[in-house]
Design a protein around this ligand. Structure first.
Ligand code: SF4
Length: 372
């Protein structure tokens, strides 16, 4: 670290990085200064150093599949290329038999440890559909954890059932739900949401449902989708809301910054956003995530899905400690054409070992399954 101490000291964000090295997290104004600075490599060196102090030269991943159980959705987000309206020729909903067959195949082939279950806001699915699916998975495949349903899907189920989100979460937990994905946050600022997802739950509702989940003993991840129409101030506000909730509940296990992919989305068709944010922005967001959330949220994911394996390797040097999942069967981001290939566990293991890191295969709760 000593070679870069002088560079850090003389940079425009030197005071913030020095504080980080002393264990003092950047607050709101410092977060804005980081976002506005071009000293990305210094941020990365600092965030990478902090990360290696905690994890050594080691990165984790989870062997998982995504069950995108339905593409039927009535929420029409402008950043989404996946959904189909009810009645559309390409609309689908997986049956219980289909769900069982997919999970069984993934268990037999890959010994997966997690099923990530996410889909559209389908007004035809009541809570029993999810309860049956979760019970089936947990009963027949007890080693596989269920990481399922974004806060906005939980809100949809509550509306279908004319019930509260708390009641729905409680029923889903009883049926086998173990943790909640952070999807649906996008940017937790309503002026942004009004443009990119006007029919989705508000920022306050996202926070409220996450808090309910945490209080029920359901941990979760938190996400941020950057690169659409948000400002620097909006990103700092997003971080601040995540920090505040985490200080209250300690329920977030991981943070995942991922970049918006415009292809085949309404935001691109309406000429609001033409291009993805790119690799340098990813590294900046990873580094800032580590610095802002240091000591609060333990894991930062590398976000390979939208940025590729090479960028994920770099992200592990810039503050990420977890590669994410194999995500076999992913269909949402694939609809933008952003995803060129599926990753097997061996490809992730190879990618991590290529940078000289040890590989930890983990489960749904970030506990070690085995080392590679
Ligand atoms: S992002 Fe989710 S809620 Fe929005 S349109 Fe796509 S499937 Fe529906």
């Amino acid at each position: 670290m000593s070679q870069i101490t002088e560079q850090i000291h003389s940079s425009d964000i030197g005071d913030i990085l020095e504080n980080s090295l002393d264990g003092i997290r950047p607050g709101f104004e410092d977060c804005i200064r980081l976002l506005e600075s071009d000293a990305i490599h210094l941020m990365g060196m600092t965030a990478g150093y902090i990360t290696r102090q905690k994890f050594g030269k080691k990165a984790s991943f989870v062997n998982n599949i995504i069950l995108n159980y339905t593409n039927v959705c009535i929420t029409d987000c402008k950043f989404c290329a996946f959904y189909r309206s009810p009645g559309d020729d390409e609309a689908y909903t997986l049956s219980l038999e289909n769900i069982e067959a997919r999970v069984k195949t993934a268990w037999d082939l890959y010994k997966i440890r997690q099923v990530l279950i996410q889909g559209g806001h389908n007004p035809n699915l009541g809570v029993e559909y999810y309860e049956d699916a979760f019970r089936l998975i947990r009963t027949k495949f007890p080693k596989i954890g269920i990481h399922g349903l974004s806060t906005s899907e939980i809100d949809m189920v509550a509306r279908v059932e004319k019930s509260s989100t708390k009641e729905i979460l409680s029923r889903l937990k009883d049926a086998g739900l173990q943790s909640v994905p952070g999807a649906g946050a996008e940017i937790l600022v309503d002026s942004v949401k009004k443009i990119i997802s006007p029919k989705k739950i508000s920022s306050d509702e996202w926070i409220r449902i996450m808090e309910e989940a945490h209080q029920l003993g359901l941990p979760s991840s938190a996400t941020m989708m950057y690169g659409s129409v948000e400002s620097t101030h909006d990103i700092a506000e997003h971080f601040e809301k995540i920090v505040k909730l985490q200080e209250k509940t300690q329920g977030f296990m991981a943070f995942i910054p991922w970049s918006f992919e415009p292809n085949n989305t309404l935001l691109q068709k309406e000429n609001i956003v033409s291009y993805g944010a790119g690799g340098l922005k990813l590294l900046k967001m990873i580094a800032i995530s580590r610095l802002v959330l240091d000591g609060l949220i333990p894991h930062i994911q590398s976000s390979w899905l939208t940025n590729g394996v090479g960028m994920a390797q770099l992200a592990l040097q810039y503050g990420a400690d977890d590669f994410g999942g194999t995500l076999i069967g992913e269909e949402v981001v694939s609809c933008t054409g952003a995803r060129s290939t599926e990753l097997t566990d061996q490809r992730i293991i190879d990618a991590i070992q290529q940078i000289g890191y040890q590989v930890e295969e983990r489960d749904n709760f970030y506990d070690t399954v085995c080392m590679h």
